[in-house]
Design a protein around this ligand. Structure first.
Ligand SMILES: C[S@@+](CC[C@H](N)C(=O)[O-])C[C@H]1O[C@@H](n2cnc3c(N)ncnc32)[C@H](O)[C@@H]1O
Length: 388
């Protein structure tokens, strides 16, 4: 993550502008004196730096909870801040020359508009989850120009690499979204997907509850797949494979075709690694045979009323649990014109994060993307407990 260390930095008058970056304010954690958030605005986007003051040094780093796509811009923003506060820097990793801006028309935001765009381009949609180096996904997209492909990945360097390949190969049918697939699936239409590839997911053999594959995940696949369409799992972990088959046994809508060491269409980077180690490769194809009752897409919208900051500050417990969802105000920061709340919310197995900026009059500004899944919306409604 881009950051710098300084022996000392000067206080500055907020807001301040340097090189097109607006440094709006600094907010201090109400519990930990040395922990701050610095809000940067650049064009239409906002992101934070975290600033931690220690005895003899200050660390300022990009705060990854508010995603911004251009690593170069983040580094330039840190340099601008460094200059504004006259930082006496002794270490940084802010050289920009080797970094590519990963903004691309093929990188979509995780929202309903993006999904609608995909449906409009073709009636055939195929998805790969966690595509890593992208070998398999790029090969599929090159060989099937009439199908639209969506790659869902959470690792930025992998995304940048595949966007670069999309450009080099002049592909017009492959799009990427940076999101947790378990959350993104919630906003796909029922029975709209032709195939889902889940190749070599992180096995989490010691922590199975962290796996992408779960009962809830398969339930969503059951909803979004077309009849005859499939979810394909390949894994080197026999524990993962058995666990997935076990879960699928409680569904009567899938027919499961499984095999060991079957020839892959294309060998992914991870598969190549396991082959070199002579590991067995397990494959399961979950083919949807019966339609299940269609669940309407979640149209419901929400907005925040004015929040009563005093009620929040007086509250003994800032965690609220619903049946299958939760809301947790994890950190509170204070600045001149109000407060910033760092909020975790959503499904227990796939939490989301946002910042809420509460002005002194109680009005609320949301910083960060909210994927409008049912559980996310239900979880965010819990905040009404602290309305004015
Ligand atoms: C072990 S790698 C496999 C990469 C690739 N499929 C292959 O076979 O070479 C797992 C990939 O899944 C991605 N990933 C992990 N959890 C994810 C999630 N919840 N949603 C989307 N991608 C995820 C990781 O960033 C990583 O790139």
């Amino acid at each position: 993550m881009p950051h710098f260390y300084a022996h000392k930095i000067d206080d500055i008058a907020y807001p301040a502008i340097e090189n097109g970056f607006l440094v709006s304010f600094i907010a201090k954690n109400i519990k930990y004196d040395n922990d701050h958030l610095v809000l940067i605005k650049y064009g239409d986007s906002s992101f934070f730096f975290t600033q931690q003051n220690r005895d003899d040094k200050v660390l300022v780093k990009y705060n990854k909870h508010l995603k911004y796509n251009s690593l170069n811009a983040i580094k330039m923003a840190l340099q601008a801040y460094m200059k504004l506060c006259n930082a006496d820097v002794f270490f940084h990793n802010l050289n920009t020359k080797n970094h590519k801006n990963i903004a691309s028309q093929y990188l979509l935001l995780p929202n309903q508009e993006s999904i609608t765009k995909l449906y409009k381009q073709s009636s055939n949609l195929s998805i790969e989850i966690g595509f890593g180096s992208g070998r398999h996904l790029l090969d599929l997209a090159q060989k099937n120009k009439d199908i639209v492909f969506l790659g869902i990945e959470i690792y930025n360097p992998a995304i940048a690499q595949v966007l670069n390949q999309i450009q080099l190969l002049n592909l017009k049918n492959l799009y990427i979204i940076n999101a947790d697939c378990r959350i993104l699936f919630n906003i796909l239409d029922s029975h709209s997907v032709d195939s889902i590839y889940l190749h070599f997911p992180v096995p989490w053999d010691k922590n199975p509850q962290k796996r992408v594959f779960s009962r809830e995940f398969l339930k969503e696949c059951e909803r979004i797949l077309k009849i005859g369409a499939f979810l394909e799992l390949r894994s080197d972990s026999v524990e993962y494979f058995d666990y997935a088959i076990d879960i699928s046994n409680s569904f009567n809508s899938f027919e499961v075709e499984s095999s060991i060491n079957s020839q892959a269409r294309i060998i992914s980077k991870y598969e190549a690694r396991w082959q070199r180690q002579n590991k067995d490769i397990y494959e399961a194809r979950f083919v949807l045979r019966n339609f299940v009752e269609s669940i309407d897409n979640i149209e419901s919208n929400f907005s925040f009323d004015h929040l009563d900051m005093q009620k929040i500050l007086d509250s003994n417990d800032l965690k609220i649990l619903g049946d299958s969802y939760f809301l947790h105000i994890k950190n509170i920061y204070k600045f001149n014109d109000g407060y910033v709340l760092f909020v975790l919310f959503g499904a227990f197995n796939a939490p989301s994060k946002i910042y809420l900026l509460i002005n002194n009059n109680g009005s609320v500004e949301i910083l960060g993307d909210i994927i409008k899944t049912k559980t996310n919306i239900q979880a965010l409604q819990l905040i009404k407990k602290w309305s004015k």
